[in-house]
Design a protein around this ligand. Structure first.
Ligand code: SF4
Length: 436
């Protein structure tokens, strides 16, 4: 191997033993680069007798909740091994899994609010699914400890854009570069390692936490795929390109890694492929899109959110696919209960009463779940309000809209932007009165 491992490990140790023991946050995706990074750090530390514990090393892995199921299964298994081996070997590694907030989840936005499937012009997902959860974790650690160092497996030969971004943020003469978040620095020890060297390393150096690197290599081979590293900002190139990523991704025209996995024996993933293709086509289907945007703009040329009918149809197809897959893979969840509740709340907010999440769920699963509490409360509020505003129905519309905004933000546990939203609604209302 042309790579000088001793030098690399020595450099990592030198950084580890710097005077200020700022915690390390190591972005782990289960892919080849972050696996090599963790192995190199691990092997460097394991050679040191009595590693001081003052510096925590968090191994942070984000799950978008719409990850390629094959990859998330593999990554979860590996994370378990890592945590177990770290405790046994008395190393300061701590595994942390992050997920998007409910209001940011893919299904809450797509089925609940009717956001169209993402594309390059409206890529609303990366920030919500990938950047925000990790940013939240980093910020929390900054609050606790003052500063943090983020270790990434990014490499210069990965992409020209990335190389440029690395150059721009480099702290001259030092190994660390500034992160966009205050008090956070990035350390990328594999910067100058080539792709061939990564593969050679994984082939030749055994996993210190007892995983089988051959399994990872086979996964890549079967998926004919690139990597999707931890995404900490929007310059990260691989999100949305040919790589392991979200199975719902419509930013790429074809999900070649999923196609390759199916060709290599994972036929149970076929329903996922169909759902992804349906999303891709639905974006450009005039019949599936409203003629009015949420901001009130309307007209024959306006492509608004998905229609209530399409949102309900898609939810039913998604649940059907989940049920079909669960016959072979009982643990597999494509959409969770909290997301179903959030979707119901959002449908009420959009005055969708002819479709009901519980009815769709029960139709597919032959079950008897009920979301009546959500429904009843909102219905009662509306009746009360209608009575109070009997003399002036336009007041009902305004107050109802304001309440719906507040309710959605409260139920989804985020009041951020609420004041702005309320002010915009009141401005629209005043504007309309003046027009009349
Ligand atoms: S992989 Fe695709 S769907 Fe997932 S966050 Fe990136 S662009 Fe969005």
């Amino acid at each position: 191997m042309s790579l000088n491992l001793r030098e690399l490990e020595a450099e990592i140790l030198d950084q580890y033993f710097e005077k200020n023991p700022r915690p390390w946050i190591l972005g782990f995706s289960g892919g080849k680069d972050s696996t090599m990074l963790l192995q190199v750090v691990w092997n460097a530390l394991v050679g040191v007798p009595d590693v001081p514990k003052e510096r925590d090393i968090y191994i942070v892995c984000n799950n978008t909740l719409v990850e390629n199921p094959k990859i998330i299964e593999y990554t979860d298994k590996v994370l378990e091994k890592i945590q177990e081996a770290a405790s046994k070997q008395n190393l300061p590694f701590k595994v942390e899994k992050t997920i998007p907030r409910l209001e940011d989840s893919f299904w809450t936005n797509l089925i609940g609010k009717g956001y169209p499937a993402p594309n390059n012009l409206f890529r609303w997902c990366t920030e919500r699914l990938k950047i925000n959860p990790t940013t939240k974790f980093i910020k929390e650690k900054v609050v606790d400890t003052g500063e943090v160092i983020i270790l990434l497996g990014t490499r210069i030969d990965e992409s020209a854009t990335r190389a440029k971004s690395i150059e721009m943020h480099e702290v001259t003469g030092k190994r660390l570069r500034k992160h966009v978040l205050p008090s956070a620095y990035v350390y990328a020890p594999l910067n100058n390692v080539t792709t061939d060297e990564v593969w050679q390393y994984l082939n030749q150096v055994k996993s210190p936490w007892g995983a089988n690197n051959k399994e990872l290599i086979t996964l890549y081979k079967n998926a004919n795929s690139g990597d999707c590293p931890l995404v900490i900002d929007d310059t990260t190139p691989s999100c949305g390109n040919s790589r392991f990523g979200c199975w719902v991704c419509t930013v790429v025209s074809r999900d070649r890694s999923m196609e390759a996995l199916i060709e290599n024996g994972e036929e149970w993933m076929e329903p996922l492929m169909e759902l992804r293709d349906l999303l891709s086509a639905s974006r450009e289907d005039r019949n599936k899109r409203e003629y009015k945007r949420r901001n009130g703009m309307e007209g024959p040329d306006i492509w608004g959110p998905y229609t209530p009918d399409f949102r309900a149809e898609y939810l039913e197809r998604l649940l059907n696919a989940q049920k079909e897959i669960q016959e072979l893979q009982p643990q597999m969840i494509l959409i969770n209960y909290q997301e179903l509740v959030a979707i119901q709340v959002l449908w009420y907010r959009d005055n969708i009463f002819n479709h009901n999440v519980a009815d769709i769920y029960n139709k597919v699963y032959g079950a008897g779940i009920t979301l009546d509490r959500v429904n009843d409360t909102i219905k009662k509020e509306k009746e009360l309000l209608r009575n109070v505003c009997e003399d002036d129905p336009t007041d009902f519309d305004l107050i109802n809209d304001l309440l719906a905004l507040q309710k959605t933000k409260t139920i989804l546990m985020n009041n951020r932007g609420l004041q702005n939203d309320l002010e915009n609604k009141i401005d629209d209302y005043i504007l309309n009165i003046n027009r009349e």
